[in-house]
Structures are given as structure tokens and as C-alpha cells.
Design a protein around this ligand. Sequence first.
Ligand code: FAD
Length: 287
Amino acid sequence: MKPAPFAYHAPDQLDEVLALLGDHAHEVRLLAGGQSLVPMMNFRLAAPEVLVDIRRVDALRHVRREGDGTLAIGAGVRQSALLREPVVKAGWPLLTEGARHIGHPQVRSRGTVCGSLAHHDPTAELPALAVALDARMMLAAASGTREVPAREFFVSYYTAALEPGEMLLEVRFPPCPAGAGWCFKEVARRRGDFALVGVAALVEAGDDGSVSSARIVLCGVGERPFRALDAEEAVAAGASFEEAGRLVADAVRPVGSIHASAEYRRECAGVLAARALSEAWGRAGGS
Ligand SMILES: Cc1cc2nc3c(=O)[nH]c(=O)nc-3n(C[C@H](O)[C@H](O)[C@H](O)COP(=O)(O)OP(=O)(O)OC[C@H]3O[C@@H](n4cnc5c(N)ncnc54)[C@H](O)[C@@H]3O)c2cc1C
């Protein structure tokens, strides 16, 4: 199928993008990498009257470490940058490891980081990684900007906390705790497929050599990234990673689909969480 007719704009200034979003708030979509929007338009699951292509806006292409140590990634940055940029690989290796699971090189070299976050497929890796890393979403509209923490940004299936006329301008990742171990693991039917279940884990060691804190966030187990708070607390209190995995499996409420039953996803969630914690612990210097 072909998309329904639409007006196409490709401004090179951010002001123009925001003005177009403001003028057509209810019938406009941004075109970033097009890796989700174009198929949706071809299937007529989306039929925006106005498309605003942001690929010519140089001001959105930054990957930089700010003075306070925060990593800022603009709306024009491709997912492949997470695997390539030295600043990301050195300071946020969990992002690099997770991004390797996004589709194929062709998808990652067109799809954007912010496009994946704004699109919010609940099986996508980046929303779970953003929650695990306490990212902050910088939103902009013609009327001004605002900041939303990742834990509040992902509302439900394919829905993020964006108002009409608003765009995700930039995502900011605070510095990772020094010495924290990290791991991202997922199960997919084939390499490059969307995850059936994915787990991001961060683990910190205390002065006594035991786990002092853990962060566990999953994708593919519900309408938005799931943070396994009970399992995090249990690990910090001395529970084994296997026990934490059982707590994760008990806590998640996945929905079955033609790709995998709810029971299978639940089982995967527990096993992956235990394995991710164990690998993260090894990277934190634990034994
Ligand atoms: C074969 C294939 C395999 C894939 N596998 C995976 C996978 O394993 N994991 C995964 O996570 N993804 C996967 N994807 C999706 C891919 O990651 C997309 O790139 C991503 O979902 C959307 O990013 P985009 O830049 O392409 O956005 P687009 O497709 O251009 O836009 C998607 C939606 O987000 C909106 N949008 C985009 N940018 C912004 C912004 N800055 N502010 C507000 N709204 C915005 C658009 O208006 C649109 O509604 C796959 C895609 C394909 C084609």
C-alpha cells in the first residue's frame, strides 16, 4: 500500500520545526529516521496530513558530555551513534550494549534514539534503558520547553507524555555511578527481531564487597518499561541473583501474543534478570 496524501516540510532550523508543530498540532508528525513511521503510513496505520522532516536540522545532531557530566543526545542522532561514539562507549556502556539489539545495522543507521523513545514500542530496548539510567526527556514546543523524567515519559503502548505540538528535543543521561557493573540481555525469535523480553541491569558494590544497590528494568512485559523494585531491594539486602530472578518472574504481568505466550515471557524475564545481574556484578568487580 501507499501512504495517504500529506504535505511535506523539511526545514533546516529548529524554530521552523517548532512553528510547524504549533501550526498543525493535531495533524502533524515529525519524520526522524522513518523506520517506524513510514511502514505505519504505508499500512495506513498512521495518516498525518503534515510531515515535518527533521533530518536537515544540524542543531539536533549533537552527542555531547555537558559540564555536569550529563550525556545529551539530540533528536537527530541515529541509534548507530550509541555503538560508535567514544563518549557513549566509555561512560554509558549499558546504552551501547543495549543498542546492539535494536534491529539490524540498516535500521540503526537510520532510526534515531529520540524517535524510538517518542514512538515507545513497549518491546523496544531504548525506553527500558532510559528508565534504567534515570534519563530525562527535554521536550520543546513553540510555547517553550519542559523536562520529564523517563519514569513518567512512557505512558502506555505507543504513547509517550508528549502534548500535541510538542517534540522530544533531546534525551539526557546522568553520569553512571563510578564502578557500577552493567548488562543488557534479551530473547528474540531471530537476531534483529524486536525483543520478546529484555532486561537492563546495573549493580554497584559497597565497601564490604557485597552488592550495595541494583537497578533492574525490563521491556516486553507490559505497556511500559517495568522496574522490578522488589527484586532490586532483595538483591541489595543480600538475596541471590537466582532469588531476584524469581521475584522478577512473580512481579511481571506480560501479555501473550502470536510470538510468545505470557508464561514464556514471564519465565524469560526471571532467567534473563538473574543472568543480567550476575554479569553486571562481574563487571562491577564482584565475585
Ligand atoms: C526491520 C526493523 C526492525 C526493527 N527492530 C527494532 C528493534 O529490535 N528494537 C527497536 O527498539 N526498534 C526496532 N525497530 C524500530 C526502529 O528502532 C525505529 O527507528 C524507531 O522505533 C523509531 O525511530 P525513528 O527515528 O525511525 O522514528 P520515525 O519512524 O521517524 O518516527 C516514529 C514516531 O515517533 C515520532 N517521533 C520521531 N522523533 C520524534 C521526536 N524527536 N519527538 C517527537 N516525536 C518523534 C514520529 O512522529 C512517529 O510518530 C525496527 C524497525 C525496522 C524497520
